[in-house]
Design a protein around this ligand. Sequence first.
Ligand code: HEM
Length: 186
Amino acid sequence: MLLRLTHLPLWDVSPYLENFVKEVLRLRGPVGFTIRETMRDDVIPLCRPCTEKKGRVQYSVVAKGQTIYVPILGVHCDTELWGADAGEFRPERWDALPQNVNDIPGVYSNLLAFLGGPHNCIGAKFSLAEMKALLFTLVRAFELEMAVPNDDVERTTSPVGKPFVRSEKEKGTQMPLLLKSCSLGP
Ligand code: HEM
C-alpha cells in the first residue's frame, strides 16, 4: 500500500497522502484508548440504545468519581459508523465518508486519534506534518519491507501502542524493516 505513493506524480501525491495518514490514524493510531474520571453525577445521552442489566436504555447514568473508558480505536472500527468494511485499510474511504462519522467529537477529521475537548493533543499539527514529511521522503526514496514475518509483530496494549517482535520481546520496542534504495519519482 505504501509503495503506491511512488507511482504517483508529485502533484497527485498530496490528496492520497492525506487519506493515507488519516487511515493509519483510524486503524493504527498510537493511542488506542484513554480514561476519564467523572467530576459529578450525570446522565449521558447515547446516540443509539444499548442493553444494560435493567434492559434497553437510551442514556447512561454515571456517578461522581467513576472511571470512563474511551475506546478510541473501538470507535474507529465501529461498523455502525464506518460501514461493513470498517476493519479494512482503505485510504479511498476518505473521499466519501459515511454521514454517521460526522458526530465523532474529535478535534481532527472525524477521528478520536488526537481526542477532543479542552485536553486534546497539542502536538496534533506537528505530528501530522512530521508523518507526511517522513512518508513523502522515505517512501519515494526506498522500498520498505518487513524484516520479520508480519505475524511476529505485535503492539503493546498500554494507552500508547508500540510495536515489538514477539520472538524478541527482551529487546523491547522495535519494528525491523528492510530498506532498498529506489530512484525518486517525477
Ligand atoms: C501521532 C502522534 C500523536 C497522537 C496520536 C497523539 C494523541 C494524543 C491523545 C489521544 C491525547 C489525549 C490523551 C488524554 O487526555 O487521555 C494527547 C494529549 C497530548 N499530546 Fe499528543 N499525540 C501525538 C503526538 C504528540 C506530540 C508530537 C506532542 C508534543 C510535541 C504531543 C503532546 C501532547 C500533550 C502535551 C498532550 C496533553 C494535552 C492536555 O492534557 O491538555 N502529542 N495526544
